[in-house]
Design a protein around this ligand. Structure first.
Ligand code: HT7
Ligand code: ZN
Length: 872
């Protein structure tokens, strides 16, 4: 397979103004007739029309209703070439496809009782011959035909314009979408589905029908998604001035799905895990995920659908922006600090690792072999951080003006990341050319900060140096434009700030926080009128996706933990204290906890003005992956054991306060998913789990009680997790069996059950995981099941995945090889942990050999690209 390059981008040779599809579904044989109105693109003046297609059995081709013979076209290697298309006309193709044998879950496939599609990024070409690229936008009319009893529901994008019965128990439905769209936003669904209906009245008083389609057994799990959707619709009107633009918004829940959800115009298709929710079967995290994903897909209607990407290199234009929008929405609906902590945790543990490994790529990659491999944390999460930095640099008013202009300028267009930044520049008159390096340079910049206080001059200087490590696309990096939000903490709180060169008249009303703009390799910022030696609170709210290095003393970190006026930075200080404790333990070879740290946490546990959910996060020692980033020379298992030791000691030292949190919790309260209720459960369950790590007698008792008497899945799973940490093997087995028999008919709960077993740090976990692949609940064709078992084992069980004998790596490689052809997207994602082999010294050689073993097989493009990059 060969790479394609951003630098080679050319406009399409032809446009497709109208697309008329006729999809006739029979078991094992679906006939797709596409009638396309083709117009040559005058700007290209190329007469050869080359269409994309994969796995299609071509039956017939017509140009303006005249059937073409074999001499008129050439079909080869996924391309259909038609020589002389110099004028507008109608191209009709007829193909046969077989959704029943499509295990890759791209294009049209069958999932349980329904047929459905996944066209992003290049799945439409598996349905019919097409110019399958996002800058070709067309008006779609889709006629679906199927057996009435097997597929009573027939859906596609836009509005239903005709439907009716046909002879032989068949029926049809015709849908018309008035908005031009690229093929990746096309969708159809046909199957046995039940529907929950609701409606939303827009700001301009239009009524929009909401319809959520699920399997009949799941009808009682739709209300949270519907409420979330309505909140998202209102929020987008209020915060971005964006109204929904069709009369109907449909969501379909599908059990077999490669990702979370898909924003097809007017017909979103969702992984069941991101739409279904009920107190009995879904955890708080699950509820929040549903809310976030529903909102994310809804926000795409503007950031992605109305204004789309010119080419797939611009993927972050829609994904980074939409992740930023959904993060702000979730922050507004729940606790903003908790949301930020969760996002920053993900960035620091997983995106930073991606940016430092062999698969590192810029937010706007310059080349790819398989675009599906670029739905990454870098494109999504780091991309969102870029938008956040723009919002920080411009301030809320200009940022909103910038997004308004962007939507207005480019409505109905396929555009680039440069166009997005250009709108921000236009409204603010700022020069963002240096900022744009964030889109083209990969790697996580490191900020090395030092400070100097002058008692005599009452000045405080921050000297900040930026460095960015080499990444595959470039060894040398030009300096980034980095907004650094800072405060200086004095004895009585945040100090008023004035830079030495700043006129008093330029100061804002609240001048206790400031955004420093770092643009050079090294810069010094001098604050004047600082009457006491302050503790700097740096990178508040994580104002840029960078690694901050400042030599805080433990006392300073404790000051930040207790007093910072930025709650996020208080949490950040708690993490730094965890890192410090690990560092001391590694140096000393034994794990002695600092009394000051324990006292500070204890004091925080007793404060009732602190959000309990943030407190729960303050009690977490940083993950092994993050610690490995900080201590790259230390073996991962040593880090894992040191961390476990620290967790136990912390639990023992805080036992009284933790017991109080466990006991204060009233399990019988009716379940509510408000931020406050979630926070209380979060702290109580974190306390329980910590006590379970220390085998505290209360945990031995309470884990069983919580498991048995919980009135919601959050508490029941917390009980089971605690049981798994503190009870004897027999008791654990007994409760795992009881949980399965209680929930065996709820696929999403069974996934939790699989993950819990895959993440147990026990010598026999790998054997258990292997035998679970033969359990009746497991299926290799269901990505949720594979992720729950293999994904959880490889990504969330450092102690067992990194076994000294390499058996964890070998098993993962077997899984990748098994899925390589059946579901290439899934296989390519699963292989990721092995690609980090360079970080693992001697142990890394075992990972390396497994990658080589994979490389020896006949690989799909997806796996080929990942494995080859990892090995070079
Ligand atoms: N835009 C959607 C991407 C997506 C996808 C990509 C590749 C293969 C399968 C997929 N399913 C969904 C999801 C989103 O970001 O909203
Ligand atoms: Zn998205």
């Amino acid at each position: 397979p060969s790479a394609i390059y951003l630098a080679d981008y050319r406009e399409p040779t032809h446009w497709i103004d109208e697309t008329h599809l006729d999809v006739v579904i029979f078991p094992d044989q679906t006939r797709v007739t596409a009638r396309l109105k083709i117009t040559p693109n005058a700007a290209r003046a190329v007469s050869e029309l080359v269409l994309d297609g994969e796995g299609l059995q071509t039956q017939a081709i017509y140009w303006n209703d005249a059937r073409l013979t074999q001499d008129d076209f050439d079909e080869c290697d996924g391309k259909l070439r038609l020589k002389q298309i110099n004028e507008s006309g109608w191209l009709t193709t007829e193909v046969i496809i077989c959704p029943e044998s499509n295990t890759a879950l791209e294009g049209l496939y069958r999932s349980r009782t329904m047929y459905c599609t996944q066209c992003e990024a290049e799945g439409f070409r598996k349905i019919t011959w097409y110019l399958d690229r996002p800058d070709v936008m067309s008006v779609f009319t889709t006629r679906l035909e199927a057996d009435q009893s097997l597929c009573p529901v027939l859906l596609s994008n836009g509005n239903l314009v005709a439907s009716g019965s046909l002879p032989n128990g068949r029926h049809f439905a015709t849908w018309h979408d008035p908005h031009k769209k690229p093929s990746y936003l096309f969708a159809l669904v046909a199957g046995q589905l039940s529907c929950v209906k609701d409606q939303f009245v827009t700001a301009s008083n239009r009524s929009v029908a909401i319809e959520v389609y699920v399997e009949p057994k799941d009808l009682d799990k739709c209300s949270h998604a519907i409420d979330s959707l309505k909140r998202a619709m209102r929020w987008d009107e209020q915060n971005y001035g964006r109204e929904y633009d069709l009369d109907i918004y449909m969501i379909v829940a599908v059990d077999d799905f490669n990702m979370g959800a898909m924003e097809n115009k007017g017909l979103n298709i969702f992984n069941t895990s991101c739409v279904l929710a009920s107190a009995a079967t879904t955890t708080d995290i699950g509820f929040q995920r549903v809310e976030a994903v529903v909102a994310h897909e809804y926000f795409h209607n503007w950031s992605g659908n109305r204004v789309t990407c010119r080419d797939w290199f611009q993927l972050s234009l829609k994904e980074g922006f939409t992740v930023y929008r959904d993060a702000e929405f979730s922050a507004d609906m729940n606790s903003s600090t908790v949301k930020r902590i969760e996002d920053v945790n993900l960035l620091r543990t997983a995106q930073f690792a991606e940016d430092a490994g062999p698969l590192a790529h810029p937010v706007r990659p310059a080349s790819f072999i398989e675009i599906s491999n670029f739905y990454t944390l870098t494109v999504y999460e780091k991309g969102a951080e870029l938008v956040r930095m723009l919002a920080t640099l411009l301030g809320p008013e200009y940022f909103r003006k910038g997004t308004d202009l962007y939507f207005e300028r480019h409505d109905g267009e396929a555009v680039t990341c440069d166009d997005f930044v250009a709108s921000m520049e236009a409204v603010s008159s700022r020069d963002l050319s240096q900022f744009k390096r964030w889109y083209s340079q990969a790697g996580t910049p490191e900020l090395i900060v030092s400070s100097q206080y002058s008692e005599a001059y009452k000045t405080f200087r921050l000297t900040i140096e930026q460095r960015c490590p080499p990444t595959p696309e470039a060894a040398e990096k030009a300096p980034f434009h980095i907004p650094i939000r800072v405060s200086l903490l004095g004895a009585a709180g945040a100090l008023p700030l004035k830079l030495a060169n700043q006129a008093v008249g330029d100061l804002p009303e609240d001048n206790t926080e400031m955004i420093l703009e770092l643009t050079k390799s090294e810069q010094t910022f001098e604050f004047a009128g600082v009457h006491e030696r302050p503790v700097p609170s740096l990178l508040r709210g994580f104002s840029a996706p960078v690694n901050l290095r400042y030599a805080y003393s433990e006392t300073e970190l404790i000051t930040l933990l207790m007093q910072d006026t930025d709650l996020f930075n208080r949490w950040s200080a708690s993490q730094e204290l965890g890192v410090l404790a690990v560092s001391n333990a590694i140096k000393a070879g034994t794990c002695e906890l600092s009394g000051d740290w324990v006292n500070a946490l204890q004091a925080n546990l007793q404060r009732d003005d602190l959000d309990p959910a943030v407190m729960a996060y303050m009690l977490q020692i940083p993950s092994v992956n993050y610690l490995h980033d900080r201590f790259p020379e230390t073996d991962i298992l040593t880090l894992h054991q040191t961390r476990q030791d620290l967790v136990r000691r912390l639990a023992l030292s805080l036992a009284d306060a933790l017991r109080e949190k466990v006991l204060a919790y009233d399990m019988r309260q009716p379940y509510e998913v408000s931020a406050a209720a979630v926070a209380v459960r979060s702290l109580s369950n974190t306390a329980l789990l910590l006590l379970a790590e220390a085998k505290d007698p209360l945990a031995l008792r309470e884990s069983i009680t919580r498991f048995k008497h919980a009135n919601n899945m959050t508490d029941q799973l917390a009980g089971l997790r605690a049981i798994a940490r503190c009870q004897s093997d027999n008791v654990v087995k007994e409760h795992l069996a009881a949980f399965y028999s209680q929930w065996k008919d709820e696929a999403l709960v069974v996934n939790q059950w699989l993950s819990l077993q895959a993440t147990r740090d026990e010598a026999d976990t790998l054997v258990a995981v292997q035998s679970l692949t033969s359990h009746p609940c497991f299926s290799w064709n269901n990505p949720n099941k594979v992720r729950a078992l293999a994904g959880a084992f490889a990504n969330q069980n450092p102690g067992q995945f990194h076994r000294d004998d390499g058996a964890g790596y070998e098993w993962l490689a077997n899984v990748v090889l098994k899925l390589n052809q059946a579901n290439p997207q899934l296989a390519a994602r699963l292989v990721t942990p092995l690609t980090q082999w360079r970080k693992h010294g001697q142990r890394g050689q075992l990972m390396f050999s497994q990658l080589q073993r994979i490389q020896g097989a006949t690989l799909s493009k997806d796996v080929f690209e990942v494995v080859n990059k990892a090995l070079t």
